[in-house]
Ligand binder design. Structure first.
Ligand code: MRU
Length: 369
């Protein structure tokens, strides 16, 4: 048996940096669970495609990929200019190209705020370093450090979300989750799965229900896969079964991740999340959103201001099927995310604490910490 066959999916890094080869290294998540393929991203086009095609996905993982990506591209900008002119580029020329590449990466997906959050943070670091008199070579080094720090921070933040989330449930509880807000969507632990993983380490014996999550099956292909690999008691259900399992009394709490939290507590997450929240309200099940503060966007007032990504019709009509399962040419509506109204949310669990209504106040306070 090859060494790779003995590894669990949780032994792989979701996103990593290969400094020698100047690339971002990811697991191609479109191939999971059938095949664990590790791919290297060198160019702006490869990084953009990997994000757009969901080879790497999940708000925090997209942020880390973008941060590492812009660092890789920044190194490339300098190398290209040295090759062309024989001298290190001056800051103005370097920064002009840096901004072009950053804006391009930022255009890959619109809903997850972590993408622009991470790129803006890298931009800020670049400008500050220049202001304090650093050379372009030194700026590159600082960018590399920052990209690595964003990844390490993600791990610490997810662990803290896990601790806070764990305080909301008790041993033996049934937990339902939607999409994949797991380790594969972050650099470790996940957000919605962090309380589950910490509970697993501490013998809580949770029973987890994972929605399959149409149309791209992140729940079936990724969440069920990673939780099952970790030995968690996980049951896969179709998206239209959440009402039944909640009505049966099998679910004590819902934990989901999110892509953007508006200032009023409205939350954008994978399409179908708001259905789960509505059903949870009907059956009196607490609905918890797990979010790093980097996903909270106080500049977006309400859910109505969040741009929702629309994706190709083929994802609904034929992807995963041997032949198309819809009449050719039929109208398809395929938004990747929906907005859950804050009234349906019991609490938003962050690394700094748990926010409850009124969310305007509680989120603003948490973001100041
Ligand atoms: O389209 P995806 O797979 O990127 O959607 C992912 C989600 O909706 C996750 O729930 C969200 O990004 C949070 S990940 C911790």
């Amino acid at each position: 048996m090859k060494e790779r066959d003995l590894m669990s999916i949780l032994d792989y890094e979701t996103v990593a940096l290969d400094d020698n080869d100047n690339s971002v290294v990811i697991i191609d998540q479109t191939k999971l669970p059938g095949k664990t393929e590790i791919i290297k991203l060198h160019t702006a086009q490869e990084i953009w495609d990997a994000i757009y095609l969901l080879k790497v996905r999940g708000a925090p993982a997209i942020g880390v990929t973008a941060a590492m990506g812009i660092y890789v591209l920044a190194k490339g900008i300098v190398e290209d200019m040295v090759r062309a002119k024989g001298v290190e580029p001056d800051y103005e020329n370097f920064y002009k190209e840096f901004v072009k590449q950053k804006d391009y990466l930022d255009s890959a997906r619109p809903t997850a705020v972590n993408l622009s959050w991470a790129l803006n943070r890298m931009d800020r670091v670049c400008r500050q370093a220049h202001k304090s008199g650093r050379t372009v070579a030194e700026i590159i080094e600082i960018l590399g450090k920052e990209a690595r720090e964003i990844k390490e921070e993600d791990i610490r933040v997810c662990q803290a979300i896990g601790e806070n989330g764990l305080s909301l449930v008790k041993p033996g509880d049934g937990i339902l989750t939607h999409c994949n807000a797991g380790q594969l969507a972050t650099c470790k632990y996940g957000t919605a799965t962090a309380p589950i993983y910490l509970g697993q380490e501490r013998g809580y014996g949770f029973r987890v229900f994972a929605d399959e999550t149409r149309p791209l099956l992140q729940g079936a292909r990724l969440t069920a896969y990673e939780l099952y690999s970790a030995g968690v008691d996980v049951t896969l259900i179709c998206d239209n079964m959440s009402a039944m399992v909640m009505k049966n009394g099998w679910v004590n709490a819902v934990f989901v991740g999110c892509d953007r939290v508006a200032a009023n507590g409205d939350v954008a997450n994978k399409i179908g999340t708001s259905v789960v929240a509505t059903v949870a309200k009907r059956y009196g099940v607490p609905f918890y959103v797990c979010a790093p503060t980097s996903t909270i966007d106080l500049n977006t007032a309400t859910g109505e201001d969040i741009k929702i990504e629309q994706r190709p019709a083929e994802e609904v009509t034929q992807m995963w099927y041997q032949e198309p399962m819809a009449p050719e040419g039929v109208k398809v509506f395929n938004p990747a995310f929906d907005v859950t109204d804050h009234e349906l949310i019991t609490a938003i669990v962050t690394e700094h604490g748990i926010a409850r209504a009124p969310f305007e106040d509680s989120l603003a306070k948490l973001c100041k910490k």
